[in-house]
Design a protein around this ligand. Structure first.
Ligand code: SF4
Length: 408
């Protein structure tokens, strides 16, 4: 590839260097005879918004040299822009690959992974050069192309219309405006996605305060700095790394079960958290704070069936660190409980000795709500010296009568 040195010249001068390099590029055998769509017609180099589409269209940019222009996709895109009162010359538009891919029939094809990889350096240089507040990806391929520059875990279906931090920028994944994408995202929904975009950012003024709580164009540095890896964050991240995604309910119960096992095997819990008796079993109040400190980077919050879920995030600033014995213990817990439903793991938690104690105390008329079930290395039966011995003997019938959890 022709080497491009990004010197301290003006943005326009550096863009000239870049477009010149692109015009000589022949990295992709099947694409290099096509128009390389990168020129001043791509838009405003000083825009705060940079759009990335998939590839130049046969009847559109390959013919006109202007991205998202000249075909039905271009008309759809201009209608969406017009609805939010933006003009093409206010934004910068590029593609994941700069040349038009065609299939055997001669119609528009999909770029291969190798072609996406080949063109990723140009995409990287373009983003660096324009330095937008928000990168808007149009369609699945455009979103995937960013992961060649820095891996992310965004999924179009889950993250559409949301601002997500990525590589020091904010990314908003949207659907492609082409006619085929209308099957997955109706025209009305695409119109409202663009309204969400306009509510978040202005192509001239940058990020809007209400979108981020900040008028800064970039994610504040303090958000990019790694947070303190608390013991509960350490174990929670390890579980999420193993499982990918799980309900927050299940994560809480899983940590409780892990802590009880660690106490038995290693002589101490891994998190040191206090779990209190809540209606649905042991609950750790400090976990929510720890998870919020990791959100948007190490983890993402999602909702499935109205239940909060957590999943691996796109841009980890820290990685969990457990020693060999701790990691082995967590892995065994993941294997044992990872496939259980919310109800299943709740029953597993209720079968533990401390929860048996709680259930029997409640059956005896004591109020245990908000009382510690496990606190540091001590369990509730040990904490309560005055507990009658009848409360410390297991009664499986109380487990069987525990109410079904409605979260499944
Ligand atoms: S798609 Fe990109 S990498 Fe491939 S030939 Fe065109 S300019 Fe070069």
């Amino acid at each position: 590839m022709v080497s491009v040195v990004f010197s301290s010249f003006s943005r326009e001068r550096r863009f000239e260097d870049l477009t010149r390099a692109v015009q000589h590029c022949d990295l992709c055998g099947r694409l290099c005879q096509r128009t390389r769509v990168l020129s001043p017609s791509n838009g405003n180099l000083h825009s705060r918004v940079l759009f990335i589409a998939e590839a130049p269209g046969r009847l559109g940019a390959d013919r006109t040299g202007i991205p998202l222009f000249g075909d039905q996709t271009g008309m759809n895109f201009e209608r969406l822009l017009g609805n939010i009162k933006w003009r093409r010359e206010q934004v910068f538009i590029t593609n994941a690959v700069l040349c038009n891919p065609r299939n055997e029939l001669g119609t528009n094809g999909t770029p291969t992974l190798q072609e996406l990889r080949n063109c990723s350096s140009y995409l990287d240089m373009t983003i660096t050069l324009v330095d937008p507040a928000v990168v808007v990806t149009l369609g699945k391929v455009a979103l995937a192309s960013l992961s060649y520059l820095k891996p992310h875990g965004f999924e179009l279906q889950n993250d559409v219309g949301q601002l997500r931090p990525w590589n020091g920028y904010l990314v908003m994944p949207l659907y492609h405006p082409g006619p085929r994408a209308l099957i997955r995202r109706s025209s009305a929904k695409q119109t409202s996605d663009f309204v969400a975009l306009a509510n978040a950012v202005d192509p001239v003024g940058g990020l809007k305060k209400k979108a981020t709580g900040s008028t800064r164009f970039r994610v504040p540095q303090s958000r990019l700095d790694p947070p303190t890896l608390t013991p509960e964050a350490n174990v929670a991240l390890t579980v999420i790394e193993f499982l990918g995604q799980l309900s927050y309910f299940k994560l809480t119960k899983m940590l409780y079960l892990i802590d009880l096992s660690a106490r038995q095997e290693l002589g101490h819990t891994l998190t040191g958290m206090t779990y209190i008796r809540q209606q649905d079993g042991p609950w750790a109040p400090s976990l929510t704070r720890a998870m919020n400190n990791l959100s948007d980077f190490e983890i993402l919050w999602t909702t499935i069936g109205k239940l909060p879920n957590v999943r691996s995030g796109p841009s980890p600033r820290i990685r969990p660190q457990l020693d060999e014995r701790e990691a082995d213990l967590v892995l065994r817990a993941v294997k044992k409980y990872g496939s259980l439903s919310n109800t299943g793991i709740k029953i597993a938690a209720y079968r533990t000795k401390p929860m048996q104690y709680v259930l029997k105390a409640e059956a005896a008329g004591l109020s245990m709500l908000n009382k510690p079930v496990l606190s540091g290395n001590s369990t509730c039966d040990e904490l309560d010296d005055t507990a009658p011995s009848s409360l410390t003997t297991a009664r499986p019938d109380l487990v069987d009568s525990c109410p079904e959890h409605s979260d499944d």
